[in-house]
Design a protein around this ligand. Structure first.
Ligand SMILES: C[S@@+](CC[C@H](N)C(=O)[O-])C[C@H]1O[C@@H](n2cnc3c(N)ncnc32)[C@H](O)[C@@H]1O
Length: 428
């Protein structure tokens, strides 16, 4: 990659492109010699006396089509004069341009952006004279210039030196991460109160850990509310076990998530056997459903069947893990969010887990606890305050957990006992 990135825009409106390029950060990058934007008019490469660039479509139909000759002549001329280019055609019939595409384009020092007008450019240009095609989105613009300018802004800001603070590109919406990207958290500035609307108090408290946790929560919640497609929730593991309390109703969404994640066994906790039936029906018998009246009972069964103490089992209070993993009210109502949260920083899901979902027994409303993947298998359980566990204890308890009348909190317990529940069920 060279120091200078050059965008060669091919258009019928070169002035519009050049004047926009002189504004804001992009204008500054031009002044500093980091970026160059050049516009070439197809019309300068016509040969007839009317300088016509378009003609009627073969086969009939509305509108006009840009002819291939002026387009290809323009490209060849610029390549001869200034060097080869990565040639991009702007068209609605193309993959959508996004941050990943911007990152890929940022690798090129010279990028040609071909802007159509009318009904577009003769398709032979796409077939034989370009390297890539992009659409700005599922809508029709009058021409490709706005799309070209959007691409120039998105790509050039990834170049070193263009942004004042290069860190911005790593923390902004759509930055690549394990399992996909997130939208950014909300941002606020002065005044603290605007027309009666306050800034979230956590941002004013100066507690950087709390601020970071709040921001992660917000980014996660927004992403799942608005752009779930940004997170590829891949199957975590065939050994993932999900347990839900009776208070959680089977829903089509739950069933879809269980199916998508190849969940083998479902444990319904804190309930009588009758409550198992709706889950059996909802899952059409495809998932094994086991009912346990309480976590304590589950523990006893695990011990009975396993013949010894299961190792490294712990539960933790939400506060103990705050900041380690984001927690939020959406976690309880949105199983996809929950499963996504199970990924470790490397994007890996846990090898085996039981998820116990429900209301929070510690009085913190609808909060979730996430175990960093793998961290509980090596005997280092996070401390859990009252009811804190050591690895010697067979199954950790937290306030309210033993009480089957109170549904347990959402917890992830890595038992390291792959397939145990399935075996339990087969045995019982
Ligand atoms: C009116 S559009 C042509 C639309 C075309 N007849 C169709 O239905 O797909 C004219 C030009 O605007 C540009 N354009 C329009 N919408 C676009 C989009 N969503 N993304 C990228 N370029 C677009 C393309 O360069 C296109 O050749």
């Amino acid at each position: 990659m060279g120091d200078l990135q050059c965008f060669e825009v091919f258009t019928l409106f070169p002035d519009a492109v050049e004047s926009f390029a002189r504004t804001g950060l992009l204008g500054k990058a031009l002044d500093r010699g980091l970026v160059e934007v050049r516009a070439t008019n197809f019309r300068d490469f016509t040969t007839d006396k009317h300088r016509s660039v378009d003609d009627t479509p073969f086969g009939g139909g509305a509108g006009m089509v840009i002819k291939p000759e002026p387009v290809v002549r323009a490209i060849e001329h610029v390549q001869r004069e200034r060097g080869p280019m990565h040639r991009v055609l702007l068209t609605p019939s193309a993959p959508r341009f996004d941050q990943r595409a911007a990152e890929a384009l940022a690798e090129h020092d010279r990028i040609a952006l071909l802007c159509g007008r009318y009904e577009g450019i003769d398709d032979r240009v796409r077939e034989h004279f370009v390297d890539a095609c992009y659409s700005l989105g599922d809508f029709i613009l009058n021409g490709g210039e706005v799309a070209a300018l959007a691409i120039i802004e998105a790509v050039s800001r990834l170049r070193e030196g263009v942004l004042g603070n290069p860190e911005s590109t790593q923390t902004e919406s759509f930055a690549a991460g394990p399992g996909g990207a997130y939208l950014e958290h909300p941002q606020y500035t002065r005044p603290k109160v605007f027309r009666g609307h306050e800034v979230p108090p956590v941002l004013l408290g100066g507690n950087h850990q709390a601020i970071a946790a709040w921001r992660r929560d917000q980014a996660r919640a927004r992403t799942f509310a608005l752009r779930r497609d940004l997170r590829e929730v891949e199957p975590l593991s065939a050994e993932l076990h999900v347990a839900v309390p009776a208070s959680v109703e089977p829903s089509a969404e739950w069933v879809e998530v269980l199916r998508r994640h190849d969940v083998m066994a479902l444990v319904v906790l804190g309930t009588d056997p009758a409550a198992v039936m709706p889950w059996v029906q909802a899952t059409g018998g495809r998932i094994k459903v086991v009912g346990f009246p309480s976590l304590a009972q589950l523990r006893r069964r695990l011990r009975q069947r396993h013949g010894r103490k299961p190792a490294s089992i712990a539960l933790a209070r939400p506060a103990d893990l705050a900041g380690d993993r984001p927690a939020g009210p959406q976690a309880l109502t949105d199983p996809a969010l929950l499963l996504d949260a199970l990924r470790g920083p490397d994007g890996e899901g846990p090898r085996s887990a039981i998820i116990i979902a429900g209301l929070d027994p510690w009085g913190v409303d609808a909060e979730a606890v996430y175990a960093p993947a793998g961290s509980w298998t090596d005997g280092h359980a996070p401390s859990a305050g009252k009811g804190a566990q050591t690895q010697d204890q067979t199954l950790a308890t937290g306030p309210g957990i033993e009480d089957s009348s109170r549904p347990p909190a959402l917890m992830v317990v890595d038992l390291g006992l792959a397939g145990l529940l399935t075996r339990l069920e087969n045995d019982g």
